[in-house]
Ligand binder design. Structure first.
Ligand code: OOG
Ligand code: NI
Length: 265
């Protein structure tokens, strides 16, 4: 099983770096040749069968993951859950979904049309989590979605894939503070997400997070190819909730700002 789960993360990583050229550079700059441990990997989806959050989560439940917390994002109209494995070397998984019924009829119709191209059997296959888009959208469709929800537009362009990996700062040799990590990144030309401040969270909520702004990657829409924000890298430092036990959840107020790492800046 462990082989299988490691293979899944390796495939997700290879797919992710194909649209996130800054991710291997993050490893070079922070890891200096040492392996990087990831705190979590994040996925996005729609609240429509057969691709609801729970359908994506099933892949991880089958690999021995257990459900952790759930989270709600009122303004962005999202919900999310996190999953963790008893093997502490495996990354946590954060899966969110767009609550489509809270949007306009035209957004709902567009998303339903997109999802209708997915074969429900394919959702259960091992490669679904990095299967990308199963539909065609025009650049105009993308822009119409963008007006209502950056998240919906991102999903239309990229579909199913890892949205980000997250460096575990606790397990990063040579660093103790997230601030130092951020400084190294900025010194090396990375652009950080400043929404809500460079560092989201605090020791009081047992979690500090920062992230790069997403790379811009060319997407082939049905009518033309346009460079748009793709994926980003996140950095997380966790604090002990009791001696020897790090907080393992997420912080909704911070996550709310991390979502904005795929905004056009
Ligand atoms: C997820 C944003 C939230 C976190 O660690 O709080 C998040 C996303 O952008 O899909 O990753
Ligand atoms: Ni994250």
């Amino acid at each position: 099983m462990s082989q299988h789960v490691e293979q899944l993360f390796e495939r997700l990583w290879q797919d992710y770096i194909s649209r996130t050229p800054s991710a291997p550079k993050v490893h070079e700059v922070l890891g200096k040749g040492h392996p990087i441990v990831n705190d979590h990997v994040a996925f996005r989806t729609f609240d429509i069968a057969p691709v609801r959050l729970e359908a994506l989560a099933q892949h991880f439940l089958d690999l021995g993951y257990k459900e952790g917390g759930d989270y709600h994002f009122e303004a962005k109209k999202l919900r999310a859950k996190h999953f963790e494995h008893e093997d502490p070397t495996l990354p946590k998984v954060f899966i969110s979904e767009l609550m489509t019924e809270e949007f306009s009829d035209s957004l709902q119709a567009k998303v339903k049309e997109m999802v209708s191209h997915i074969n429900p059997e394919d959702v259960k296959k091992d490669d679904f989590l990095y299967s990308g888009t199963h539909w065609q959208v025009s650049h105009e469709d993308y822009q119409a979605l963008l007006e209502e929800s950056e998240y919906a537009a991102w999903m239309a362009a990229f579909g199913f894939c890892a949205n980000h990996f997250t460096v575990s700062v606790n397990q990063l040799p040579g660093y103790t503070d997230l601030e130092e990590v951020n400084q190294t990144l900025k010194d090396n030309g990375f652009k950080l997400n400043t929404s809500g401040g460079e560092i989201k969270g605090s020791p009081e909520v047992y979690l500090e997070q920062s992230s790069t702004m997403a790379n811009h990657h060319p997407v082939e829409f049905s009518d033309k190819t346009v460079e748009i924000p793709s994926c980003f890298y996140e950095f997380a430092k966790r604090y002990e909730i009791e001696p020897g036990k790090l907080y393992s959840g997420f912080v909704a107020a911070s996550a709310d700002k991390i979502f904005e790492s795929t905004n056009a800046s």
